[in-house]
Design a protein around this ligand. Structure first.
Ligand code: 4AD
Ligand code: MG
Length: 477
């Protein structure tokens, strides 16, 4: 007796007697053919039931969504689209599923509908493929860093600092009111709620990762981060996962090399290891594309796009060069950009980023040396006194996927930059210590994990690549 996954059985090169498998029914056709899926692969295994051998009452319970147990022989399939099938000898329903009320019917559901059923949406082909890819990408990320001498560092989730200095934080509140400090008029002092201190959920593990880079050399974090920005876009979440490598003695050029090599490596990993799911998503996307007008269709298929990114150099362009290109470009033949960036120093909008990547360079772009005033306080000031050693990586269809920088390692300059935006030195005394004791050039970046999953799966809404999305409208489940 051999208990196997559906994936094992479908990839089996010899036929087997008496296999056992458990999974969920996708469909039951003609009282004879069960399409069974157990999450191990996008493909279902066909289980053929000779209905005369089974109780009618039992067969009635083989409904879409039911959990079942099957025992039988793995035989060559007569049907189209599969090489093997199970000739069922024993059958049991482990968990019934009422066909009248089960939300995931064997038909195409809209992603909006499935978002409302996020607890069941991985029973569909698309979401199971996306989430298997999410898992594989996360493994590939750990593998890459492990093979390249990085240590995995766990940054705190609850912190007293605002790593980005942007004020987009969720405050931590202690619901144990009896033990919480009170204001003078007796009300709970929410600002001092973490046992007498003000804390928030981390927006980035970078500052803590810097402390570890300055002792362990090469480190990375991979954890949840939180942003209290009220943006309802298809690319923003209030809770997302970020990968943040940080390396001592590495400058901005080294940071770009690392980021490019890393991105190519993890994408390559799924191209090699997740073919079936990628082929499924590739076809899904191609079918969607066919419904669109010619002008809106994507120039490349999903797998083609992933191969393209791994095989071509990312284009490295300074902010100043990018602004020149944008000033002289007409995004839609007739007109120049609406809010053309006349003033050097303006931040790029997503339409500018997308133009550079999708229309102008037609490949991933690393933009670097941004104006200091639009970037975070910790970035290394260049000798020109007005730009910082920042880098953003822009991907086709996604926009900004990575943000990083060489860090300001000079104590006096860092103090000036903090003072300019009113960050008290006491708040970041430990961060300043790194610049007092053995300071050194160091750099790192943050990859938004969900944006990578979007890119690798071709999904167009960030809510569809994380199990339970947290957005201003959605914190259910
Ligand atoms: O550009 P950001 O804000 O950079 C940092 O947090 C740095 N501390 C990273 C570092 O240098 N260690 O965020 C980094 C990336 C963005 O490029 C984007 O991919 C993603 O995180 N990101 C978001 N993803 C989903 N929802 C949001 N609200 C996001 N905000 C940023
Ligand atoms: Mg950024």
């Amino acid at each position: 007796m051999q208990s196997k996954t559906v994936s094992d059985l479908l990839n089996q090169d010899i036929l087997l007697q008496e296999v056992e498998v458990k999974g969920w029914v996708r469909t039951f056709r003609a009282n004879r053919f069960i399409a069974l899926n157990d999450g191990s692969t996008i493909n279902n295994i066909q289980c053929v039931v000779d209905f005369e051998n089974f109780d009618e009452a039992l067969l009635k319970r083989i409904t879409t969504g039911a959990a079942i147990y099957v025992k039988g022989d793995l035989v060559e399939s007569q049907g189209k689209g599969q090489t093997v099938e199970i000739q069922v000898k024993e059958l049991d329903v482990l968990g019934d599923s009422d066909p009248e009320t089960y939300p995931i019917q064997p038909k195409k559901h809209s992603f909006e509908f499935l978002r409302e059923n996020a607890h069941l949406r991985t029973r569909t082909n698309t979401f199971s493929a996306v989430m298997r890819l999410r898992s594989a990408l996360s493994f590939a990320i750990h593998k890459y860093f492990n093979e390249n001498g990085f240590y995995y560092m766990h940054a705190p989730i609850i912190t007293g600092s605002d790593a980005e200095g942007a004020g987009e934080m969720f405050q931590v509140t202690n619901l144990d009111v009896a033990n919480t400090p009170k204001t003078d008029d007796g009300k709970v002092d929410y600002a001092q709620d973490f046992f007498g201190k003000e804390t928030n959920l981390t927006v980035s593990g970078q500052l803590e990762a810097e402390t570890y880079a300055m002792s362990l050399g090469k480190v990375y974090t991979f954890g949840p981060t939180f942003r209290a920005e009220n943006s309802n876009t298809s690319r923003h979440l209030a809770e997302f996962w970020m990968i943040e490598p940080e390396v001592a003695f590495m400058d901005l050029a080294g940071n770009m090399d690392l980021a490019e090599d890393f991105m190519k490596s993890v994408i390559n990993y799924v191209l090699e290891n997740n073919k079936e799911d990628l082929e499924f998503l590739d076809k899904r996307l191609a079918d969607e594309d066919k419904k669109k007008p010619q002008a809106e269709r994507s120039p490349m298929g999903l797998i083609e796009k992933l191969n393209f990114v791994t095989e071509n150099n990312f284009k490295r362009v300074s902010y100043t060069e990018a602004i020149d290109i944008l000033r002289n470009s007409k995004p839609n033949k007739k007109k120049k950009f609406k809010y053309i960036i006349d003033e050097w120093g303006a931040d790029l909008q997503s339409e500018h980023e997308r133009f550079l990547v999708e229309k102008h360079f037609k490949c991933p772009v690393i933009l670097f040396d941004y104006p200091a005033n639009i970037k975070a306080f910790y970035m290394r000031l260049n000798d020109d006194g007005k730009t910082v050693r920042a880098m953003d990586i822009l991907f086709p269809g996604i926009g900004e996927i990575v943000g990083g920088a060489q860090r300001e390692e000079r104590l006096d300059v860092l103090k000036e930059k903090m003072a300019a935006i009113d960050i008290p030195e006491e708040d970041l005394w430990w961060y300043l210590d790194l610049r007092k004791f053995g300071t050194a050039v160091h750099s790192g970046f943050g990859l938004g994990f969900e944006r990578l999953v979007m890119f690798a799966t071709g999904m167009s809404n960030i809510r569809d690549v994380i199990p339970f999305p947290r957005t201003p409208q959605n914190a259910e489940f």
